[in-house]
Design a protein around this ligand. Structure first.
Ligand code: OGA
Ligand code: MN
Length: 223
């Protein structure tokens, strides 16, 4: 119940969802990123939180950097641990369905041609960070849209762990508090970003939509 009280918007009804998706589409068109507090439906946030509670730390593995095939551990760049979401649990499936409905909406509204989606839970313990980076490189990866959803009830300003997005011409960046239900979306190639050191456990889901870059000469299947 305490969690439901934190919400002022973003109900699970179809109309609320459409409105959120429309806001994301407009923001992406106008500025390339979209930050939405209280965006995730309380039922979905609850179910993901409960899922996290049932998971053991052993299910999380140190995150790597680079394309999946060339994963490298680099604890100078990032120290979080991750667990890929496969859709085997109810909560995972609900999340993937939600992400798929956003994909369908954005493809219709912005003709983005998003083709596949991959996502993982991430756990940042106290002191963990992810230094300034880009999720895609022009001409390299086919990640076009990044999404991050936060799962931290009662996050306080002193808890750190903010996501900072750096639009061109905004050297100080834009800070996003990783509070329960907040959803941030941005064009993967266009925005460097970082995760400031967290001072307590911080949970998020990070996901990426890809376009299909297979061709007659080069097969590039999704994971
Ligand atoms: C990432 C990432 C941001 C966050 O996993 O690539 O930038 O706030 N995550 O968890
Ligand atoms: Mn990133």
């Amino acid at each position: 119940m305490a969690i439901a009280l934190e919400y002022t918007a973003g109900g699970d009804d179809a109309a609320g969802r459409e409105q959120l998706f429309a806001t994301i589409a407009r923001d992406l068109l106008e500025k390339g990123y979209s930050i939405n507090p209280c965006a995730m439906a309380p039922e979905l946030a609850q179910s993901l939180l409960q899922k996290l509670h049932t998971m053991s730390e052993r299910q999380f593995v140190p995150a790597g950097i680079g394309r999946e095939q060339e994963q490298m551990l680099n604890t100078f760049v990032r120290t979080d641990k991750i667990c890929w979401i496969t859709g085997e649990s109810d909560a995972g499936r609900q999340w993937l369905e939600w992400a798929a409905s956003l994909q369908t909406f954005l493809n219709r509204r912005l003709l983005l041609g998003l083709f596949s989606f991959e996502s993982h839970f991430a756990h940042y313990g106290a002191g963990d960070f992810y230094r300034r980076h880009c999720d895609a490189f022009k001409g390299g990866s086919n990640r076009v849209l990044s999404i991050v959803a936060y799962l931290n009830p009662g996050w306080l300003p002193g808890d750190g762990g903010e996501l900072v997005i750096y639009p061109e011409g905004v050297p100080a960046g834009i800070k996003v508090t990783p509070a329960l239900g907040t959803v941030a979306v941005f064009l993967s190639e266009d925005f460097e970003h970082e995760v400031l050191p967290a001072r307590r456990d911080r949970f998020s889901i990070a996901g990426w939509y890809r376009v299909n870059s297979s061709s007659a000469r080069r097969a590039d299947p999704p994971l």
